[in-house]
Design a protein around this ligand. Structure first.
Ligand code: PLP
Length: 422
């Protein structure tokens, strides 16, 4: 493999034109779409329009005339197309953390009603901290046990004590992907429910929540969905659970006015809206929702080219190439691959651990225009969004990494000063 061969791969790439949807700064190789997706050109326009016309001229009328009030469901339905959810099964609201609180509470309520002796929440020790903090807070509140295990110990935890298995589908550190359908099936056989965090999956890998018979899911708008900084998140529940919540008039814990069955009647007591709408709490952030809709549209734009399956094929080719090139060209530089080599186990990112200097190496790369990120204590993380990442970018990024490591330039003091966000 050489640089020309990467050029040839780009020339033959059926998804290449999708990159034109994005405002990519000159001279930047962006390998951090797993943290914050790139600005879609349409979003800059659309946000202007929402601000200038819908807010500026339409004012309060725009809740009806511009359909602001329907945004949680409208954008939710579009995300649903990417994760195997049916219409009306996804709502966009709040952050991933807040949505996780809501759906994990709902799952625990269902289990408390059916099997009150089940008192354990199991998750992965290496799960993203916010997931673990939310589970910890619920475990404290309800006097449950939160049990954290390694990935290969999960199946041993599927017993009659387990209430909810709460997992992130693709691990934020290693990029390792769980088999959603198989784990869900085994958890169900053991009588447990499963909550999936799709933060690193939605828009990154094919997901089919209904085919997997999953119970609840949440996910993030600002990563592979390109929704912009702080974009709202989404929540999903299987229709069997929302139907039961309807029948039994079950709440989620953050019962706010826009999750009420009739918010504009302004009545008490609280009566949950039917279906997923009960998972909405307060007023949607309209401007952010508008930007998120444009972001989701950039992923849906792949549909005529084969959709998520085609994106997945390219993503695997990109990550495979990156792994291979780093191993060839940066051998003996103390980098240890953290991401599974096996395609079926890999999300859309590649991580390398390095005993020392990881943060500074990433800073030196960023100074050269190759943007990835660092996750303490030792992970260099590179995300590959197939919508806008080219094979030539992979080649060039590895060449920069080689130069940074071989020259030792990362040792310079300026690369060793920790910023607040890494
Ligand atoms: C797995 C996972 N869950 C949740 C979040 C963030 O959640 P929030 O939207 O609450 O910031 C992240 C952020 O990187 C994440 O990686």
């Amino acid at each position: 493999m050489n640089r020309q061969a990467c050029d040839a791969l780009d020339a033959a790439d059926p998804l290449a034109s999708l990159r034109e949807q994005f405002e990519l700064p000159e001279g930047v190789i962006y390998l951090d779409g797993n943290s914050l997706g790139v600005l879609p050109r349409a979003a800059a326009e659309r946000v202007q329009q929402v601000v200038r016309d819908e807010w500026g001229r339409g004012l309060i009328r725009s809740w009806n005339s511009a359909g602001w009030i329907d945004l949680p469901q409208r954008v939710g339905d579009k995300i649903g197309l990417l994760i195997g959810a049916a219409a009306d099964e996804v709502v966009v609201a709040d952050s991933t953390s807040v949505n996780l609180f809501k759906v994990l509470s709902a799952a625990l309520d269902l289990q408390r009603a059916d099997a009150p002796q089940r008192s354990v929440i199991v998750s992965e020790r290496q799960n993203f901290p916010t997931d673990l903090y939310i589970a910890e807070s619920l475990a404290r509140e309800r006097d449950l046990e939160l049990r954290l295990v390694d990935a290969d110990e999960i199946t041993a935890q599927l017993d009659d004590q387990l209430a909810v298995l709460m997992l992130t589908h693709v691990n934020y550190r290693s990029g390792r992907m769980h088999d959603m359908a198989a784990l869900t099936r085994r958890a169900h056989e053991a009588g447990a429910l499963v909550v999936w965090d799709l933060a690193h999956s939605a828009g990154a890998v094919p997901v089919d929540l209904n085919a997997a018979e999953a119970d609840f899911a949440v996910g993030c708008g600002y990563k592979y969905l390109n929704g912009g900084p702080g974009a709202p998140a989404f929540a999903w529940a299987h229709a069997r659970h929302t139907a039961r919540m309807d029948r039994e008039q079950m709440w989620q814990p953050l019962a706010g006015w826009l999750g009420h069955a009739a918010p504009f009647e302004f009545t008490s007591p609280y009566r949950p809206a039917p279906g997923m709408a009960r998972f909405i709490c307060g007023t949607p952030p309209v401007i952010s929702m508008a930007a998120l809709e444009c972001g989701v549209d950039t992923v849906l734009a792949a549909s005529p080219f084969g959709g998520m399956a085609a994106l997945r094929e390219k993503s695997l080719a990109l990550t495979e190439l990156f792994i291979r090139l780093v191993e060839q060209r940066c051998a003996d530089q103390g980098l240890t691959l953290q991401t599974p080599q096996e395609a079926g186990l890999r999300g859309s990112q590649v991580s390398f651990a390095r005993e020392d200097g990881g943060y500074a190496i990433m800073q030196a790369l960023i100074a050269r225009g190759v943007i990835g990120d660092f996750r303490a204590p030792d992970i260099l993380r590179f995300g590959f969004t197939p919508l806008y990442t080219r094979f030539i970018d992979v080649w060039d990024a590895v060449e920069h990494l080689r130069q940074v490591l071989e020259s030792g330039e990362w040792r310079e003091a300026r690369f060793n000063q920790r910023a607040a966000v890494t």
